[in-house]
Design a protein around this ligand. Structure first.
Ligand code: SF4
Ligand code: SF4
Length: 188
């Protein structure tokens, strides 16, 4: 369940400052170089510069519910150009982790659901399966998209660009063990 209410400004700032990427957040001078360098900021609800101000202002709920943190493409342009050494890319990861751990991610968040659907499909079949990905993503965000995507899906099927039963991984058991080990869940 998503947490509600707003923490005192210093509480959220301290929480973020203690995470990898957050160490130099108070050194930000709001120059905007990060936002100007960001290839995806035009789609973000809050630019990287604004997001930093919001963290410093303690706007926990708005920051952790924002779509912006999921639109970061991890290109590091902002980090290498920041004159104050703020590693914004790592900060974005820290915010994503907090959002998941503390239940702030909106249920129908588009970018988050795309990533999680992608991961789930790869974990299930050992490789990307477009049909499963789109179906899962649409069901999680907006089932009406399935109808919208249907003509395109049919066209791709007819042209052999989309397999009805795409091949699965041969040694799925070993793959699942590997994933479990990566998640720290054992899997001998
Ligand atoms: S580039 Fe660095 S100093 Fe400038 S606004 Fe972004 S984080 Fe702050
Ligand atoms: S690392 Fe993320 S926030 Fe920074 S410039 Fe690239 S996409 Fe934008």
């Amino acid at each position: 369940m998503a947490a509600t209410g707003q923490l005192k400004p210093n509480q959220f700032l301290l929480e973020v400052a203690g995470m990898p990427g957050g160490e130099r957040i108070t050194a930000c001078i709001q120059c905007g170089t990060c936002s100007g360098s960001c290839p995806t900021s035009y789609r973000m609800d809050y630019t990287p510069r604004k997001l930093l101000t919001m963290v410093r202002a303690g706007l926990k709920e708005r920051v952790l519910q924002s779509e912006a943190i999921w639109l970061c493409a991890s290109c590091y342009s902002c980090s290498v150009r920041c004159p104050r050494g703020v590693v914004i890319t790592d900060l974005m990861y820290a915010l994503k982790n907090l959002a998941i751990q503390q239940g702030f991610v909106p249920k129908k968040a588009v970018a988050y659901n795309f990533y999680s659907s992608f991961n789930r499909v790869v974990e299930d079949v050992g490789r990307l399966n477009e049909r499963r990905l789109i179906t899962r993503f649409a069901l999680k965000t907006d089932p009406a998209k399935l109808i919208k995507f249907a003509p395109l899906g049919l066209k791709l099927l007819v042209r052999g660009r989309l397999a009805v039963f795409p091949p699965s991984l041969k040694n799925k058991k070993e793959f699942k063990r590997m994933i479990a080990r990566g998640k720290g869940g054992g899997g001998k």
